[in-house]
Ligand binder design. Structure first.
Ligand code: ADP
Length: 768
C-alpha cells in the first residue's frame, strides 16, 4: 500500500470513527429518549383508559345495584316466583321500561326467574327465553357482575350486567341489564395521542385460553368477538394483556404483523386486558429525520474529511515520494538528478543533504570511473598478453603433443625393452619389445613390477628384491646399469631365462623421485660371443704358454752361454728375454681372466697370517721397488687376526696393487702400504704419490684392457688386465674394492676382506 494511501487511511480512521461514534451516540440517546417518551405516553393512555373503563364498569354496577334493590321490583319478582301472573308480569315490565329510558346505552333490561326463563323484559321477544345456559345468568345468581362482551340471547354483541334479586334473603330472580357497551366502546375508541396508527384494544381470554377482542377496533369495526389470537402468539401484546400482565413492549408485533410499541394493562374485575399501541414507524418518525440528517452529515463530512486527509497526506507523502524516487534513481546509478523540495521543514533539510551527498558521490564516482578505466585498460592489456601467451602455450603444447606422440612411437618401436614404473614400482608403461621379451601383455600396466618380473642370477637363484636394479635406482635415486659381464637374467612368463644388460634410471622431477625407467636388452648373443671369446682366449693363452716357456728356457740357456756373444748380441738377447717375459705375463693374465670368467677358479681358503703374506709380496717385489728407488712404508696394525684366505689369490691382489703404485710413481717417491681392522673387516690400502687417474677416466678403471691415457704415456707396455682380475678376486671373496685419486697427485686403492674369511669354492684351476 502506498504511503499516501496509508496516511490518508490513518487520518480517516482518526477523524471518521469518532465522528461516526458521536453520531451513533447522539442517535442512540435520542432514540432511547424517544422510547421512554413513547412508552410514557402509551402508559399514560393505557392507565387513563383503564381507570375510565373501571369507572364505566363501576357506574354500570352501581346502576344495577340500584335496580336490584328497587323494592317494587323485588316484590314483583318474589310474587311472580311464587305465583306467576300476567298482572305481575306487566307490573315488572313497567318497572323495567321505566328504568330503560333512564339509561341510554341500555338495550334491554330483563328479569329471569330462578329457573333461567325470562319472565319480564323491555323487549317482548325475550320473555320466555331460557338463559340458564349463559354465563351472565349463572354469575348473576351470585353477585353483581359485568359479564364479558358476548352475543346475548338475541344474538347481539352486548355487555350484560347481571345481579341477584333477593327477597327475604332468598334469590328470587336475576336482573339482567343488557347494554350495547357503547360507553365502554367510547372509551376504547378514543385514540387521542395515538397518532394515525395507534389504537387501544380491549381483550379477554376465552375458554380455550385464546385472546378475544371485545370491542371494534380502529382498523377493523367487526373485530369485537370475531378477532381471536391464538394463545401461543406471545410477541403480540394482546396475548400478554389477556394474560393479566401489565408490561411495556418496545419491540412487539401487533395482530396484523406490524412492528409496534405497546403498553398493556389489566382490569381484574372484568378479566379485561387493555393494549395501547402505536406502530414503530410512526413512533420513530420524529427521529427518522434526525437519522437521515445524521446520515447526510456523515456522508458529507466523510467526503470532506477524505478530501482533507488526502490533501494532508499528499503534503507529507509528496516529499517522501520525491525522496524515494530520488533514492531509487540514485540506487540505479543516476547521479545527475537533484531533489527539488524547497520547503523549510525537515523534508527540505533532507532534500538538501541528499543533494550534497549525491554531488559528492557523483564526484567520487567520476574519479572511480577514471581509475576503473585505467585499470581496465591495464587488465585488457594483461588479458591480451595472456591470450598471446596462451596461444603460444597452446602451440607449445601442440608441439609437445606431437613430440610426445613421436617419442611414444619411438620408444614403442625401439628394439630394447622399456619399462617405466612409478616410485612404488608400479608399472606405468611397457613397450612392445619388453612385452614380447617377457611374454606379457598390457595387463601388467598398473601392477607391481616385482610381481610381473622374475630376475635371477646365472645359477637361476632369484635376486633379492633390494638388489634388483629397479629397487636400487629407487633407493639410491641413481642410475644403475649392468653390462655383458654382469649376471642378471630375466625370466619370461613362459619360463624362458635370458641374460640382460640394463639401465635402470630414476625419473626425478623437482627433486622428487616420480618413477624409474628400465631399458634392457637380451644379451644372450653377446654372452655367447663372450663365452666363445673367453674360451678362445683360454685356449690361445694355454697354447701360447708352452712355446713361450720353451722360448724362455732357450733364452736362459743362451744367456748362460753368452760369453761367445758380442755385447750387441747380448743386448738383443736381453731384449728378447724381457719381451718374452711380458708375453708370458700377458698370456698368464689372459689365462687368469678366462679362468675367472668361466668360473673355473677354485677358492681354497686356509688360516693365513696376512702380515706374513704382505711381507712375502714385498719380498717378491723388492728388486722392482729398489730399482725405482721407491720408499715403501709399511703401516700394518698389530691386531690383524689370522683369517681363512686363499693365499695365492690374495697374494696376486697385493702384488698387483703394489706393483701398479711403483710403476705409476716417480722414482724416489713414497708408497704407503696399510692393513688395519675396521668396521668388522680387514681394510687394506696402497697409497702412492704418482700420476693419479684423470677424473673423466675413473669410471673405466676396473674395465678389462682399460688403461688411462696418462698411464699409457708413462708405461706403454701395460695390459689393463690387472685391476680387473684384482676386483674379481676381492668381490668373489666377499669384499669390496674402490679407489681415491687426484691426477698428478697420487692414488690410493682400498679393498676389504670379511673377518670371517673367504668362502671355499670348487674349481679346476687357480690363477698363475
Ligand atoms: P696395467 O697396469 O697393466 O695398465 P692394470 O689393470 O693394473 O693394468 O691397471 C689399469 C690402469 O689403471 C692402468 O693402466 C692405469 O691407467 C691405472 N692405474 C692402476 N694403478 C694405478 C696407480 N697406482 N696410479 C695411477 N694409475 C693407475
Amino acid at each position: 500500500m502506498k504511503i499516501n494511501l496509508k496516511l490518508a487511511l490513518i487520518i480517516l480512521e482518526l477523524t471518521l470513527i469518532p465522528f461516526f461514534m458521536m453520531e451513533f451516540i447522539a442517535y442512540s440517546n435520542s432514540r432511547s429518549q424517544l422510547d421512554s417518551q413513547i412508552i410514557g405516553k402509551l402508559e399514560a393512555i393505557a392507565s387513563i383508559q383503564k381507570s375510565r373503563l373501571e369507572e364505566v364498569l363501576q357506574s354500570n354496577l352501581s346502576d344495577l345495584d340500584i335496580l336490584t334493590h328497587d323494592p317494587d321490583l323485588i316484590q314483583g319478582t318474589a310474587n311472580y316466583s311464587t305465583g306467576p301472573s300476567a298482572l305481575n308480569q306487566g307490573f315488572l315490565q313497567d318497572i323495567l321500561n321505566k328504568e330503560k329510558t333512564s339509561i341510554s346505552s341500555i338495550r334491554e333490561i330483563s328479569i329471569a326467574g330462578v329457573n333461567g326463563k325470562i319472565i319480564a323484559s323491555t323487549s317482548k321477544n325475550s320473555v320466555g327465553v331460557d338463559i340458564s345456559g349463559f354465563t351472565y345468568f349463572q354469575t348473576g345468581e351470585i353477585k353483581n357482575q359485568a359479564s364479558d362482551f358476548s352475543k346475548d340471547h338475541n344474538g347481539l354483541v352486548s355487555l350484560t350486567i347481571s345481579g341477584p334479586i333477593i327477597s327475604g334473603g332468598k334469590v328470587v330472580g336475576v336482573l339482567l341489564v343488557n347494554t350495547t357497551g357503547s360507553d365502554v366502546g367510547a372509551v376504547v375508541s378514543s385514540y387521542d395521542g395515538l397518532g394515525s396508527t395507534g389504537e387501544t384494544l380491549l381483550v379477554t381470554k376465552n375458554k380455550n385460553g385464546d385472546t378475544v377482542f371485545l370491542t371494534p377496533i380502529r382498523f377493523d369495526p367487526n373485530a369485537a368477538l370475531n378477532r381471536i389470537i391464538s394463545k401461543d402468539k406471545t410477541t403480540i401484546p394482546s396475548t400478554h394483556a389477556s394474560n393479566g400482565e401489565e408490561i411495556n413492549m418496545l419491540n412487539a408485533t401487533d395482530y396484523s404483523g406490524i412492528p409496534v410499541i405497546a403498553v398493556t394493562k389489566y382490569i381484574p374485575d372484568a378479566n379485561w386486558g387493555i393494549v395501547a399501541k402505536i406502530s414503530q414507524s410512526e413512533a420513530y418518525s420524529p427521529i427518522k429525520s434526525m437519522a437521515d440528517l445524521l446520515a447526510f452529515m456523515g456522508i458529507a463530512s466523510g467526503i470532506i474529511i477524505i478530501l482533507i486527509s488526502a490533501s494532508v497526506a499528499r503534503s507529507f507523502t509528496d516529499p517522501i515520494q520525491e525522496l524515494t524516487a530520488f533514492a531509487d534513481r540514485v540506487g540505479q546509478g543516476d547521479l545527475s538528478q537533484r531533489v527539488t523540495i524547497k520547503t523549510r521543514d525537515e523534508f527540505g533539510i533532507l532534500g538538501r543533504v541528499f543533494n550534497q551527498t549525491v554531488a559528492k558521490l557523483q564526484e567520487s564516482y567520476r574519479e572511480l570511473e577514471a581509475k576503473v578505466a585505467e585499470r581496465t585498460e591495464a587488465l585488457s592489456k594483461n588479458v591480451r598478453d595472456l591470450e598471446e601467451e596462451k596461444r603460444a602455450s597452446l602451440n607449445i603444447l601442440e608441439d609437445l603433443d606431437l613430440e610426445k606422440t613421436k617419442y611414444e612411437a619411438l620408444i614403442e618401436s625401439i628394439g630394447d625393452g622399456v619399462i617405466a614404473t612409478d616410485n612404488e614400482a608400479k608399472i606405468i608403461f611397457i613397450n612392445s619389445s619388453a612385452k614380447k621379451m617377457l611374454g606379457v601383455g598390457l595387463e601388467t600396466v598398473g601392477g607391481s613390477l616385482n610381481d610381473a618380473l622374475l630376475i635371477v642370477d646365472k645359477n637361476g637363484e632369484p635376486i633379492p628384491l633390494e638388489s634388483r636394479p629397479f629397487n636400487i635406482a629407487i633407493t639410491t635415486k641413481k642410475s644403475f646399469s649392468t653390462s655383458v659381464e654382469s649376471d642378471y637374467y630375466y625370466v619370461s612368463k613362459e619360463g624362458k631365462k635370458f641374460p640382460v644388460a640394463l639401465v635402470a634410471s630414476p625419473i626425478v622431477s623437482n627433486n622428487r623421485l616420480i618413477g624409474v625407467i628400465d631399458i634392457f636388452r637380451d644379451i644372450s648373443h653377446e654372452k655367447e660371443v663372450d663365452r666363445m671369446k673367453t674360451e678362445f682366449v683360454s685356449l690361445a693363452s694355454h697354447q701360447l704358454r708352452t712355446p713361450l716357456t720353451a722360448i724362455k728356457w732357450g733364452l736362459e740357456i743362451l744367456v748362460n752361454e753368452s760369453e761367445n756373444l758380442t755385447p750387441r748380441q747380448k743386448t738383443y738377447l736381453n731384449d728378447i728375454d724381457s719381451s718374452n717375459e711380458r708375453m708370458i705375463d700377458l698370456v698368464n693374465s689372459l689365462l687368469n681372466i678366462s679362468r675367472i670368467e668361466s668360473g673355473r677358479i677354485m677358492i681354497n681358503p686356509v688360516p693365513t697370517n696376512i702380515v706374513k703374506l704382505a711381507n712375502d709380496v714385498i719380498g717378491k717385489l723388492k728388486m722392482e721397488i729398489a730399482k725405482k728407488g721407491i720408499t715403501l712404508v709399511l703401516n700394518i696394525a698389530d691386531n690383524i687376526p689370522e683369517i681363512n684366505l686363499d693365499y695365492n689369490l690374495i697374494f696376486n691382489v697385493y702384488q698387483n696393487l703394489i706393483s701398479n703404485a711403483v710403476s705409476y710413481s716417480p722414482s724416489g717417491s713414497k708408497v704407503v702400504f696399510s692393513i688395519e681392522v675396521k668396521d668388522g673387516e680387514i681394510l687394506s690400502s696402497v697409497k702412492d704419490s704418482g700420476i693419479g687417474i684423470p677424473e673423466d677416466e675413473k669410471k673405466h678403471i676396473f674395465e678389462k684392457f682399460y688403461r688411462a691415457s696418462n698411464a699409457k704415456q708413462v708405461r706403454p707396455d701395460g695390459s689393463g688386465l690387472g685391476l680387473y682380475i684384482v676386483k674379481s678376486i676381492v668381490e668373489s671373496s666377499g669384499g669390496k674394492m674402490w679407489f681415491e685419486s687426484v691426477a698428478d697427485q697420487g692414488t690410493t686403492f682400498f679393498f676389504t676382506l670379511p673377518l670371517s674369511g673367504m668362502k671355499p669354492k670348487e674349481g679346476q684351476v687357480t690363477i698363475s
